[in-house]
Design a binder for this molecule. Structure first.
Ligand SMILES: Nc1ncnc2c1ncn2[C@@H]1O[C@H](COP(=O)(O)OP(=O)(O)OP(=O)(O)O)[C@@H](O)[C@H]1O
Length: 229
């Protein structure tokens, strides 16, 4: 089945009926990347939990103290090891949806959970909540959140400061190498000031900060802005 036809999606939307939001689930990274180029306004999700899906069921979201839903009846399913692409017009609610997936806001109604399935396609366990520790998110302007003085400190921010045992140090070192290489930061000195990087390298750094945590779900808000691949 072509990737675009594997999509599920979705109603949505915000206040204006002319605005729309659509989520497409891709079954391979190749297909996902093929569709990223022309879509200026896009958000990407990537899931690596085995034999499971993230299920978004009939989610509505209304910010506290407001009268209108930003998201209406959004439902989709994102299988393990797949990419989903959320696209829509400016202000249609893409970032809002990512914030819900990241656990930064709670749906007003509806649910977001991880469901494991057996080989027969039936759910074989109770739904699990998607805890925010399992989710990494790269925001639209990631440099606003940089805190450290060097690239290395930024990527390892939050690591244990006490002396870790050898196994933990090896694991952290491998994670660091994986994140730096995967994000294409290996040509940048690790003692460089994050704020002095180009826009594209700031985005790569923001990606490395998330990859080093090995999240089960990775959310990218307009991931290709400022990047020449
Ligand atoms: N806390 C809030 N209270 C009220 N309105 C909000 C709040 N947060 C976001 N909005 C509004 O919700 C709408 C959707 O915003 P959101 O940032 O999710 O859209 P988007 O699709 O990501 O837009 P863009 O593509 O321009 O980045 C916008 O009109 C925004 O002003």
């Amino acid at each position: 089945m072509p990737a675009m036809e594997a999509a599920v999606s979705l109603s949505n939307l915000s206040r204006s009926p002319s605005k729309f939001l659509r989520t497409t689930i891709h079954t391979s990274s190749r297909n996902a990347s093929q569709h990223l180029g022309p879509l200026g306004k896009s958000r990407v999700l990537s899931l690596s939990v085995r034999h499971s899906c993230i299920e978004v069921k009939r989610v509505n979201y209304r910010p506290p103290g407001t009268q209108h839903n930003l998201l209406n009846d959004v439902s989709f399913s994102l299988p393990e090891k797949s990419f989903g692409l959320i696209f829509g017009r400016s202000g249609s609610g893409k970032t809002t949806l990512l914030q819900l997936l990241a656990g930064l806001s709670k749906p007003t109604s509806g649910s977001i959970y991880v469901q494991r399935y057996g080989t027969d396609g039936n759910a074989n366990s109770s739904p699990e909540s998607l805890s925010s520790e399992r989710v990494g998110i790269v925001f639209q302007f990631p440099e606003r959140y940089f805190l450290a003085d060097t690239v290395l400190e930024e990527v390892t921010f939050g690591w244990p400061r006490q002396k870790a045992d050898l196994a933990m140090r090896q694991r952290l070192a491998l994670n660091l190498q994986y994140a730096i290489n995967s994000a294409g930061l290996n040509t940048i000195p690790l003692d460089e000031d994050p704020h002095s990087l180009s826009g594209g390298y700031k985005r790569r750094l923001a990606l490395a900060i998330q990859l080093v945590q090995k999240p089960d779900l990775l959310l990218l808000d307009e991931p290709l802005a400022g990047l020449v691949l």
